[in-house]
Design a protein around this ligand. Structure first.
Ligand code: ZN
Length: 329
C-alpha cells in the first residue's frame, strides 16, 4: 500500500495579498509603537537645563555694579547691563520710565525704569515672570545702627530674582516656545516705609514700579505670572506665600508641581507668611501672580546681603522649576 503523499497545496492566488497586508499592518503597528516611545522620550527630555553657575554670575555682576538705587551710577550701570544681555536674546526689549514724587520729601522726584523683555511677541497667550531690580537705599534692619542709613547691596534682595530671569532669557532664545513669555524687571520695589499702611499719605509704599507697570499697561493681561524675590539664599526654603495661596491657588499648584518634577527640594508645601510684594498690584487687577519668596533670611535689609550668602544651586532650583513650568508638555 503506497503511502498517501501529501501534495503541497498550491497557494491560492488570493492568499498572497492577505499575507502582505498582515505584514503591512504589523509594520505600521511597530512603527507607531516606536513613534509613541520616541514621543514619550522627547516629552521627558524636552525641558532644557538651567545653568545655576551662569545665573550666579549675573548675581555677582549686579552687586559689583553697586547698589541699584534710582539716581545713582549703580542704577544706571545695571540698566545698561540688562539691556546689553537682553537685547540680543529677546524679540523686543522695552524700558518703561516713570516718575514718583517722594511722599516724605515732596521736593524729591524719583526716576524709575521698568524693563520688559518679550519672547514670541505675537502670541496672545502670555506668561509673565518678574523680579525687582532695585535695591533698598537704607539698611534699616542692620543690627549695627551705624549701618542703617547705608544702602543694601541686594545680592539676595534684588539681584537673585533678576539673575534667574537673565539666564532664562538665554534659554528662551535658544528654545522657542509657542506661548509668549514676558520677563519684567521692576524698579522701585524696595524704598517703601514699613508703616505705609497706617499713614499712606506721608509714607512711600512698596512696589511703586509694579504699580506703575499695571497702570501703564492696562491691556496687558497674561494668563498668570510668577514673581521671584529673595530666592538666592544658600539655605533656600520657599513655603506658600500667604497672599498668593489665598488669591491664586491654581498658579501655586502649577508651580509646586513643577518644582516636584524639577526635584527642587527648597519648595516646601507649608503655609508661609504674607509678604507685601510686587504681585499685589497684579492681583488687584485680577491677574493671578504668585510670589516665590524665602522671607526667612537674616541678612534682609542689612549691609550683609552679599553674594556669599547666596548659592548657584539655590538659583538652579528656582530656574529649573520655571523651566518645568514653561516647557513641560
Ligand atoms: Zn527688600
Amino acid at each position: 500500500m503506497a503511502a498517501k503523499r501529501s501534495i503541497p497545496r498550491k497557494p491560492k492566488h488570493s492568499d498572497l495579498p492577505n499575507r502582505g497586508l498582515k505584514w503591512v499592518i504589523f509594520a505600521v503597528f511597530v512603527l507607531m509603537a516606536a513613534l509613541y516611545f520616541i514621543q514619550q522620550w522627547m516629552n521627558a527630555h524636552s525641558v532644557p537645563d538651567f545653568d545655576g553657575g551662569r545665573a550666579f554670575n549675573h548675581l555677582v555682576k549686579q552687586v559689583a555694579l553697586g547698589p541699584r538705587i534710582p539716581g545713582t551710577s549703580g542704577h544706571e550701570k545695571a540698566l545698561a547691563y540688562y539691556k546689553q544681555i537682553l537685547t540680543p536674546l529677546a524679540e523686543k526689549v522695552t524700558p518703561q520710565s516713570f516718575e514718583w514724587r517722594d511722599r516724605k520729601d515732596t521736593t524729591k522726584v524719583w526716576h524709575g525704569v521698568n524693563v520688559v523683555a518679550s519672547f514670541n511677541f505675537k502670541a496672545t497667550r502670555r506668561i509673565l515672570l518678574l523680579a525687582h531690580w532695585d535695591t533698598r537705599p537704607f539698611a534699616d534692619q542692620d543690627p549695627d545702627p551705624a549701618n542703617r542709613n547705608k544702602p543694601v547691596p541686594g545680592a539676595n534682595d534684588g539681584a537673585s530674582g533678576v539673575a534667574v530671569l537673565l539666564e532664562l532669557a538665554r534659554i528662551l532664545h535658544e528654545n522657542p516656545l509657542e506661548v509668549g513669555v514676558d520677563l519684567l524687571l521692576t524698579d522701585m520695589e524696595d524704598l517703601g516705609d514699613y508703616d505705609h499702611d497706617e499713614n499712606p499719605n506721608g509714607r512711600n509704599p512698596f512696589s511703586i514700579g509694579a504699580q506703575k507697570f499695571v497702570e501703564m499697561n492696562p491691556k496687558y493681561i497674561p494668563e498668570f505670572g510668577v514673581l521671584l524675590d529673595m530666592i538666592g539664599d544658600k539655605n533656600l526654603r520657599i513655603p506658600y506665600e500667604k497672599i498668593s495661596i489665598t488669591n491664586a491657588p491654581d498658579v501655586i499648584e502649577k508651580v509646586y508641581a513643577a518644582a516636584e518634577r524639577a526635584g527642587a527640594k527648597a519648595f516646601v508645601r507649608e503655609d508661609g507668611q504674607a509678604v507685601t510684594d510686587d504681585h499685589i498690584p497684579f492681583l488687584r487687577r485680577g491677574i493671578p501672580v504668585v510670589d516665590l519668596i524665602d522671607f526667612d533670611y537674616k541678612y534682609w535689609h542689612t549691609v550683609l546681603d552679599t553674594p556669599d550668602k547666596c548659592s548657584p544651586t539655590s538659583l538652579k532650583q528656582v530656574g529649573q522649576t520655571m523651566l518645568e513650568l514653561l516647557y513641560h508638555r
